[in-house]
Design a protein around this ligand. Structure first.
Ligand code: GTP
Ligand code: MG
Length: 559
């Protein structure tokens, strides 16, 4: 966290603020909670390998039903996914190629990228959340007649390909899947819609047609359709390539100079043919058509999270310093931003009943998944991408309602990491660490902005005044402005804790859940701004952490 702050402050050019902030840091560095950071892993991807991130809309069937999507292909959805992908590629210039069909898109990073030092979770989750938030932001442009009801979840996978041949094979395989799926769907829906064949019968006919020729023949003879004449985008999917062009740019002194500018182009090509790889997306190594693509599944980077450990997924806004300035967030805390974060977190908890508690402050949110959960097969990438995408999409979905007259200028991205904590005390220390961080930042920021806004100090003067101060000094400064720190809103001092509550309003103390009882389920999410560092919170709510289960046989783990 301290390192991250350092980078941000340097970038935004308020180095002095950073120094003052760091003056209080050594005290915090000695905190007994700080050690929990050592449970975090880096997960860097090998250098000189192609990194491909595949993103897939998780509830395509529901989407198709809710918005009555055209079958077998809905042009609006194809264009929306393409536009969202282009927004992602505009933000992440190191993405050089993308391919999509149906509800999925695969995005390829430049082979030598060092973005985020090739940390897989950071690459995956930034892309995934931006895809989801862009999808929501762009929805009204493509679905003019119906508003979006449910913000989407995108699940992401990471593939690491060691050479050019395996990249080509992967892209070719995806395009073949597109082709086969589209041919099947075209036959099925043509039979049902044009030939009035029943759904069951159409399914049998498609299943019975073994070869491509058979399917083409059925389409031709029964529905009078020539598959070759179907639209290319349906048959071959969407390819987006980053190309570089020379553009004339006027410099500040008025002269004109040539600069390299990248642009995104849509192409229609067959990945199986050499031409794309030798003329459009030129590869360094020689490649050839390879019918055997089974080996590709071994290149997916899958991380299974250890059974019986607490899973913590923490998300954090990307560049929220800039985002908050661009959208004129009030300082030090903007209640609208907190409200948006809380709404997004609540939606995530509703979607994933195994999240037992969440905690939010500033631009970050922590989600704690039940240690015995089998949610998304305890697959790290699936958990991180699903949570971060739903969070990002809900954030944008609620923007207009919360920010009213402040238009959203661009879709925000969030990153996520998944960390395992082996026991209750480590998990509690993790949560204490985040809440202590909230306390330190909020106390500093409250003092800083009181000095600037009420004390008419410049930012530099405020920072100098706070340099080297301890908690009691800051409380004293606030008192000079007739403010008691402890009387500041608990929402800002403590952050927001959400957990599954067992108590109904008509229940008595006797019916309070014990540690034995699980409170999994979508209902009863309590939202509080309370202390989690002391024991009281946990003693009064024993069901949150529950009892530890012993393991005697493999079935107990069931993993
Ligand atoms: P990365 O996370 O590294 O991408 O950088 P970041 O700019 O998001 O910074 P970081 O996550 O460390 O800190 C969050 C930043 O968001 C704060 O430093 C603030 O600038 C901004 N922020 C978050 N909440 C509020 C708010 O309520 N009001 C204002 N004014 N700013 C906020
Ligand atoms: Mg951030």
């Amino acid at each position: 966290m301290w390192l991250r702050c350092t980078i941000i402050f340097r970038r935004v050019g308020i180095l002095s603020f950073r120094r003052a902030f760091h003056a209080a840091a050594p005290k915090m560095a000695k905190s007994r909670f700080e050690y929990v950071k050592s449970f975090e892993t880096e997960d860097r991807l090998d250098p000189k390998h192609w990194i491909v991130i595949s993103l897939k809309h998780s509830h395509y069937d529901k989407l198709a039903d809710t918005y009555d999507l055209e079958k077998p292909n809905d042009r609006r959805l194809i264009q929306l996914l393409e536009a969202s992908t282009k927004l992602v590629m505009s933000d992440f210039k190191e993405l050089v190629l993308a391919y999509g069909f149906g509800a999925e898109f695969s995005l390829v990073f430049a082979k030598n990228t060092t973005l985020y030092r090739r940390r897989a979770p950071k690459l995956l989750t930034n892309l995934c959340s931006l895809m989801a938030s862009s999808f929501v932001q762009l929805w009204p442009l493509h679905f003019k007649e119906c508003s979006l009801i449910d913000p989407p979840v995108f699940e992401g996978t990471v593939h690491l390909f060691p050479d050019d041949q395996s990249l080509r094979d992967y892209m070719t395989q995806r395009q073949l899947v597109c082709h086969h799926r589209n041919l099947n769907n075209t036959v099925f829906w043509s039979l049902v819609r044009d030939c009035r064949v029943s759904v069951d019968e159409a399914q049998d006919i498609v299943k019975g047609a073994k070869s491509e020729g058979d399917k083409n023949e059925i389409l031709f003879s029964k529905c009078n359709k020539n598959y070759n004449k179907e639209e290319d985008v349906f048959k071959k999917g969407t390819i987006i390539v980053r190309t570089s062009t020379q553009a004339s740019v006027r410099t500040p002194d008025g002269s004109v100079t040539q600069r390299n500018q990248s642009c995104l182009s849509n192409l229609c090509f067959d990945f199986v043919k050499d031409q794309f790889w030798s003329e459009i997306f030129v590869l360094d190594q020689p490649t050839k058509v390879n019918p055997k693509t089974n080996y590709l599944k071994d290149f997916e980077k899958k991380v299974k999270l250890l059974p019986h450990s607490w899973i913590v997924v923490r998300i954090d806004g990307k560049g929220f310093h800039k985002f908050s300035e661009k959208h004129s967030f009030t300082k030090p805390n903007d209640i609208r931003s907190i409200e948006l974060m809380n709404r997004a977190a609540k939606r995530v908890m509703e979607e994933f009943p195994d999240i037992i508690l969440s905690y939010g402050q500033s631009d970050e949110y922590t989600f704690v998944i039940d240690r015995y959960s089998r949610m998304l097969d305890r697959c790290s990438n699936r958990a991180m991408s699903s949570i971060v995408s739903l969070f990002g999409s809900t954030y944008v979905h609620n923007w207009v309602e919360v920010f009213e007259n402040t238009p959203l200028q661009y879709s925000p991205a969030f990153d996520a990491r998944a960390v395992l904590y082996p026991n209750n005390s480590c998990l509690r220390d993790y949560l204490s660490w985040r809440q202590a961080d909230c306390h330190i930042n909020n106390m500093y920021n409250t003092c800083f902005w009181v000095l600037v806004q009420e004390g008419n100090r410049s930012r530099q003067e405020a920072e100098e005044k706070l340099r080297g101060t301890f908690s009691k000094d800051k409380r004293a400064i606030l008192k000079e402005f007739s403010r008691e720190y402890d009387e500041e809103d608990a929402l800002y001092r403590k952050g927001t804790v959400m957990y599954r509550d067992k108590l109904q309003s008509d229940e008595t103390e006797d019916t309070k859940a014990s540690a034995n009882e699980s409170c999994k389920g979508p209902g009863n999410i309590a939202v509080e701004h309370v202390d989690m560092i002391g024991d009281a919170f946990w003693e009064q709510r024993p069901w949150i952490l529950g009892n530890e289960r012993s393991v005697r046989t493999l079935e107990d783990i069931d993993y």
